[in-house]
Design a protein around this ligand. Structure first.
Ligand code: COA
Length: 158
């Protein structure tokens, strides 16, 4: 299970998905639904963009979940939680979340995968920030995501 907000999915997320798909029989990329948080894209669009961005990974699928990620793991029969670990401050919060998830579900193991150095600093908010200022963010996302982000920025705040 590879959970996240994926708002939007970046090439960093795609890289982690590919790595997980080489390690495990099946990978579920799980988009968290948080009704109180208004995202850049709505969850259905995030799912669509994730599906298109990882379509080349045959053993990976996309789902969404609400509530605790470990409960979704249990419901899906997933025993491994995958998280990407970048060089830019991920360790402390990931360590805390990993330990909390272990308290909640000791049978589920968290596995951290590291992206290549070229993706170490990429994040969804970096993409949103650059796009919002009409800069070139296209090296960080797939072509379909780039098109969708441009359209979203052009449409402005609904
Ligand atoms: N490449 C590029 N960016 C990456 C990345 C990678 N490999 N790994 C993480 N990121 C970025 C994301 O783009 C995102 O960037 P942003 O903050 O700039 O938008 C940031 O890291 C964190 O995003 P994400 O990894 O999606 O984590 P999250 O904190 O948004 O979501 C969930 C994590 C899904 C577990 C959480 O939101 C959730 O749904 N929790 C439910 C409750 C729960 O079970 N909590 C755990 C128990 S305490």
């Amino acid at each position: 299970m590879y959970p996240g907000s994926f708002d939007p999915i970046t090439l960093g997320h795609v890289d982690i998905t590919e790595r997980a798909a080489r390690l495990f029989d099946r990978v579920i990329l799980a988009v968290g639904r948080h009704p109180s948080k208004r995202g850049f894209f709505d969850v259905d669009e995030r799912i669509r963009l994730a599906e298109l961005s990882i379509a080349h990974v045959p053993n990976a699928t996309v789902s969404s979940f609400s509530g605790l990620v470990v409960e979704f793991c249990r419901a899906q029969g997933a025993r491994i939680l995958v998280r990407g670990l970048r060089a830019t401050g991920d360790f402390e919060p990931e360590f805390q979340m990993g330990l909390a998830n272990r308290d909640l579900a000791p049978e589920i193991e968290t596995v951290f995968l590291i992206p290549p150095a070229s993706h170490m600093y990429v994040s969804s908010s970096l993409v949103r920030e650059i796009a919002g200022h009409r800069g070139d963010f296209t090296r960080y996302v797939s072509d379909v995501v780039a098109d969708a982000v441009r359209a979203r920025v052009r449409a402005g705040d609904p």
